[in-house]
Design a protein around this ligand. Structure first.
Ligand code: CMC
Length: 428
């Protein structure tokens, strides 16, 4: 067997041998196929349905089998036995830390949780009803002005410190966007607490000297962060890589990723799921809602995935975390609606045929609501979890000699060579 493709161009009768490596052919090889002086053949793939943009050793997904692994470790084992900061180390450094490495990593991240006071004034300038994702995107982008040396992306030590800063400061910025909406004073980090406990403290602390969160809630939120930590070349990671490919600083690249995550088809889906469940309201309304989805009036949010054509393994773990949270907070009444919706959808021909299963966002919103987060804050939680993944992918990108500035081709469909008539003649 030869690992190549023989392509015959029926326009010219010419044959080409195109090598196959790792189950892919190079688009540049296809570009050699041409008729006389015309441009070479290109590949048209809106939404990158079948185009690999990079080689990556970070996250493995088998969508048909419902498998997700970070650096080779199954998500189920990491969610059960690890912590978010350990998983962050794994994603960024490529292997699990020794005890010393872990302690140093946790120390570094804890040490960098504070932000410059001017960041605080900057955030205070937002309107009272500013969406927290808009505030997060802008304030992460603004960090590039506080760390101008971050533009020196070819220096490994410099890259390392920006990675630590960003993982450390994301909960601070996220929590402040939450307090802003509530008109409450921003709470400074408490570096005696763990990463996730400190985040809860910055969200909910009022007059107490030390905020003491329920450890079961800390564990559940930490697990949710782990589940969101990376997901190979999804829309926001692709945004980080596309913007990062210009060699801009990592704050600007990650802020682009936050913008992509904001959209309802991506991280914004968890907010959309909760609004959908509230709208359905109770189980008796589900059949009418499902009919609307099947008639194409709307989508069943939290269902379907570009890669998973089987149950999303993260959704399975989240269902378990939901039980742990509801033990503390009491059951979210919308859980019954979600469970019935899932049961009906999984048995309905429309969803079965299209291989639409619950994804990570289907149950996460119910947990977040039980933790007293308003829907518009849900995607901020996703962003905090995804930050180590974005940064691991950015580090891989900037060290990958094969990468170039991201610059897709287009098929031009507009007019050509029109004669311009000056305005005074057109408007006469
Ligand atoms: N409800 C109803 N129909 C759906 C849904 C849905 N949630 N998702 C896909 N379909 C249908 C779609 O209409 C199409 O049907 P047809 O073949 O008759 O035209 C078919 O299934 C294939 O859908 P697609 O839009 O071509 O699939 P895609 O891979 O481009 O989209 C998706 C993937 C996640 C954007 C989509 O499934 C969706 O919009 N889901 C709802 C939003 C959501 O939950 N997003 C979170 C994704 S997981 C977390 C994350 O990525 O952030």
């Amino acid at each position: 067997m030869t690992d190549s493709l023989t392509v015959r161009d029926n326009r010219t009768g010419q044959e080409y041998d195109v090598p196959i490596t790792d189950g892919t052919i190079r688009a540049a090889d296809i570009g050699q196929i041409k008729v006389a002086d015309e441009p070479g053949l290109a590949v048209y793939d809106p939404g990158f349905l079948n185009t690999a943009s990079c080689r990556s050793a970070i996250t493995y997904i088998d969508g048909d089998q419902g498998i997700l692994e970070y650096r080779g470790y199954p998500i189920e084992q990491l969610a059960e036995n690890s912590t978010f900061l350990e998983v962050a180390y794994l994603l960024v450094h490529g292997s699990l830390p020794t005890k010393d490495e872990y302690d140093q990593w946790v120390h570094n991240i804890t040490y960098h949780t504070f932000v410059h006071e001017n960041v605080k004034s900057f955030m205070e300038g937002f309107r009272y009803d500013a969406h927290p994702m808009g505030m997060l995107m802008a304030s992460v982008g603004a960090l590039s002005t506080f760390y101008p040396e971050s533009r020196n992306i070819s220096d490994a030590d410099n890259r390392a410190i920006q990675v630590i800063r960003m993982i450390a400061k994301m909960p601070t910025l996220g929590a402040w966007s939450f307090r802003h909406a509530q008109g409450k004073p921003y709470v400074y980090p408490d570096n005696d607490l763990s990463y996730t406990a400190n985040f809860l403290s910055m969200l909910f602390k009022m007059t107490e000297v030390t905020y003491e969160p329920d450890e079961r809630l800390v564990k559940a939120l930490d697990t949710l962060f782990i589940l969101h930590a990376d997901h190979e070349q999804n829309a926001s990671t692709n945004a980080v890589r596309a913007v990062g490919s210009t060699q801009v600083d990592p704050y600007s690249a990650v802020s682009a990723g936050i913008g992509a995550l904001f959209g309802p088809l991506h991280g914004g889906a968890n907010e959309a799921v909760l609004r959908m469940l509230r709208r359905i309201g109770n189980v008796s309304e589900i059949p009418a809602f499902i009919e609307g989805v099947k008639n194409g009036n709307e989508r069943l949010m939290g269902f379907g995935h570009r890669v998973y054509k089987n149950y999303d393994p993260r959704a399975r773990i989240i269902k378990k975390a939901a039980d742990d949270v509801f033990d503390v907070t009491g059951v979210n009444p919308l859980l019954a609606v979600a469970q019935e919706l899932e049961k009906i959808a999984l048995n309905d021909e429309y969803f079965v045929k299209r291989k639409l299963y619950p994804n990570v966002d289907f149950y996460s919103g119910l947990i977040y609501e039980a933790l007293q987060f308003p829907p518009e804050f849900f995607t901020v939680l996703f962003a905090i979890g995804r930050t180590p993944g974005w940064l691991a992918q950015w580090l891989e990108l900037v060290q990958d000699k094969e990468q170039k500035i991201a610059r897709p081709k287009q098929i031009y469909t507009g007019d050509r060579t029109l004669d311009f008539t000056p305005a005074e003649q057109r408007w006469a």
